[in-house]
Design a protein around this ligand. Structure first.
Ligand code: ATP
Length: 361
């Protein structure tokens, strides 16, 4: 089901100061997608999620789910959380320690007053879905962190919600388990025809899990798009910077040639992906470290080949990270571990114009 949010505002007053947690947010979350709200701590992700669920009352605006208005100031509508037909998975597993796995999952059906046979059948089906058959009699707290989070997912799914909302569900798991659980979650969700809204500040999680990412900052949606669009082709500097490490270099637009935009920088003239920017205007050239090709000095020839010097080289596991000095600029590049390079070495750098992204300064 599609979620529509129009003109949503929410403020808090804390220690005498007013914080605009949501500042006129307009957003459409398409049906049956994994839609992620991504942004730094305090940008308003959780507040937006809690407003959708109904755990928080907005100041103004409107929220509809599947065409039905759930909350509207103007229309005086406020459907309570339990009547919105949503499931929610929290950061803390929020499972009840004194209950078995079965009882934890059955709880939402019990409070709806479902018959015992129906409960048994639905819980069994959901346990099969999250691959937890055989542990239903165990105390939920005797399971591993990953399994506990699957219990929480099962409890959110058992009542067949129209929409499921996740608030940083993996943040309490250690790095390896987080990766495994993330893959599992993606696989579970791809089998369901359900809209999922996922809140995280972890960019890798957002890139790996989402169909669409909306990047938030200070109560606003800055930009939304597919993970690839957000990573390779962001429209905003803040987004390009937040989603992954990027070299950002001041540039002045010189003109357009053969479908590319040419800019002057401290590294010389650089050919970039075409952007509609006025000649003479200031721009920011954004290049991700993984798209900088580093070879021995004078090895390469052609467009965007520049000479530089390795100022620092650090081995970080799967690659070397190199700081390369080019004129007045310093670029961070990633070099394959089998390439033989040393600190102080003069090198050639090649920048594929397709990965030279120009953003308005
Ligand atoms: P995080 O990733 O740290 O959870 P977030 O993006 O989810 O951050 P929110 O929790 O939505 O951000 O908070 C948005 C802003 O509103 C922050 O400045 C926060 O301090 C403030 N805020 C949130 N809840 C309250 C509250 N109950 N009382 C006062 N201020 C609040």
């Amino acid at each position: 089901m599609e979620i529509r949010i129009e003109g949503l505002c929410k403020h808090y007053v804390s220690e005498g100061k007013t914080v605009k947690a949501l500042d006129h947010v307009d957003l459409t979350i398409p049906a049956n997608e994994i839609f992620t709200l991504l942004g730094p701590s305090g940008c308003g992700k959780t507040t937006l999620l809690r407003c959708i669920v109904g755990l928080e009352t907005p100041d103004d605006g409107e929220i509809s789910i599947g065409g039905e208005v759930m909350w509207s100031r103007a229309k005086g509508i406020a459907i309570p959380p339990e009547k919105r037909g949503l499931g929610m998975v929290f950061q803390t597993y929020a499972i009840w320690p004194h209950m078995s796995v079965f009882d934890n999952i059955a709880y939402p059906l019990q409070i709806k007053g479902e018959r015992r046979e129906v409960i048994r059948e639905k819980v069994a089906r959901t346990l099969r879905f999250v691959q937890l058959e055989g542990v239903e009699k165990r105390s939920a707290t005797k399971l591993s962190g990953g399994q506990q989070q699957r219990v929480a997912l099962a409890r959110a799914l058992v009542a067949e919600p129209k929409v499921i909302l996740f608030d940083e569900p993996l943040s309490n798991l250690d790095a390896k388990l987080r990766e495994e659980t993330r893959k599992e979650l993606r696989s579970f969700m791809s089998k369901l025809n359900i809209t999922a809204v996922y809140v995280t500040h972890d960019r890798v999680e957002a890139l790996a899990l989402s169909d669409t990412i909306a990047v938030m900052r200070a109560g606003h949606i800055v930009e939304k798009g597919s993970p690839q669009k957000i990573y390779f082709n962001a429209d905003h500097r803040f987004v390009a910077d937040f989603i992954g490490r990027a070299n950002q270099i001041e540039a002045i637009v010189q003109g357009n040639e053969h479908g590319l935009t040419i800019v002057q920088t401290g590294m010389g003239l650089i050919h970039c992906q075409a952007r509609d920017l006025a000649v003479g205007s200031k721009a920011t050239l954004c290049i991700r470290p993984e798209f900088i090709r580093v070879t021995s000095k004078d090895r390469d020839e052609g467009q965007n080949i520049i000479q530089g010097k390795i100022e620092a080289l650090e081995f970080v596991g799967e690659v070397y990270e190199a700081d390369i000095r080019i004129g007045q600029e310093r670029l961070l590049a990633r070099i394959d571990p089998d390439v033989d390079m040393a600190q102080g070495e003069e090198v050639s750098i090649s920048l594929n114009p397709a990965h030279c992204l120009l953003l308005s300064a």
